[in-house]
Design a protein around this ligand. Structure first.
Ligand code: AHM
Ligand code: MG
Length: 276
């Protein structure tokens, strides 16, 4: 499984190159999740597709940018990925990311056995999880492995996603009660840097709830939610949909989304109290 680390690192370096040199213009089309596609979304998707399908151990892939999964005859791993998460903030030059989930058998939460994400920011970083969590920073020549990331029982960051006027009253109360307790707002609009920040600082809450305009939330189970749920649990945190552990959820279609909450135990307990 750790054989995927150098592959994801190669993808990261290639995608970083196109982020630095290509335009951030929109294409005419939308992706299967209904988002407008950028030229670089499609290029990043192709880079990852080519690398992954070239591996003997990979049996299939599916991406936020593709309607259907692509299967080969042999191999054992299935990879679901979001090639470039945060398309709506690329034009403002904020950090964006790539997200990967490694599945065995089927594309479903119960079958996830590894996950990774790349942060394209002032630095290039990779977090990879299988049985343990590993953290790498690219120093210009090679990827240096750093001390693993761990969440404390409680943090100070509140990262609340979604359109605020469409939050339920219960959700508004949850978000504001954290501010009352001294939590600080940290939300860029990029799931990867927002969740990475909570991991780096040791705790906090990221929420993307059900809203009036998005009753199933916005973030996609296979490409965004399950990989981060896997990583947060490995870091000693928790990830739920309000009531249920995200990695216990079922999935009916590849592009399905779900409300989601990621954080350290104390904040997730506050979420439970609100939603149960
Ligand atoms: P994308 O895959 O089209 O980039 O959308 C996913 C992004 C996440 O990175 C982020 O958490 C969320 O959308 C932000 O949504 P909002 O702008 O509604 O807060
Ligand atoms: Mg995305």
């Amino acid at each position: 499984m750790r054989d995927f680390i150098p592959i994801f690192q190669e993808c990261a370096l290639e995608i970083q190159k196109i982020l630095k040199t290509n335009s951030t213009d929109y294409l005419a089309g939308v992706n299967p999740s209904g988002d407008t596609q950028l030229d670089i979304d499609v290029k990043a998707d192709k880079i990852i597709e080519t690398k992954l399908l070239g591996l003997e151990c990979v049996r299939g892939i599916c991406s936020e940018e593709k309607i259907e999964a692509i299967y080969k005859k042999n191999g054992s791993y299935l990879i679901a990925y979001d090639p470039l998460d945060g398309s709506s903030i690329i034009d403002s030059n904020l950090s964006v990311g790539s997200i990967f989930g490694i599945y065995e058998g089927d594309f479903e939460a119960a079958k996830i056995i590894g996950a990774a994400y790349v942060v394209y920011g002032p630095r290039l970083e990779l977090v990879f999880a299988d049985k343990i969590l590993s953290y790498f920073i690219y120093n210009g020549d090679f990827w240096e492995e750093k001390k693993s990331l761990k969440l404390n029982q409680k943090g100070k960051i509140n990262a609340p996603g979604g359109t605020q006027k469409d939050w339920s009253n219960a959700h508004k109360n949850l978000v504001y009660s954290l501010f009352e307790k001294g939590y600080r707002l940290r939300y860029s609009g990029g799931m990867v840097p927002d969740l990475h920040q909570i991991l780096i600082k040791g705790g906090g809450l990221f929420s993307y709830p059900a809203t009036l305009n998005a009753p199933q939330g916005k973030l996609r189970k296979l490409f965004e939610v399950f990989p981060f749920a896997f990583i947060y649990e490995k870091a000693g945190g928790e990830a739920i949909d309000g009531k249920t552990r995200l990695l216990d959820l079922e999935i009916k279609s590849l592009h399905e989304s779900t409300p989601c909450f990621f954080g350290s135990s104390e904040e997730i307990n506050e979420v439970r109290k609100t939603y149960e």
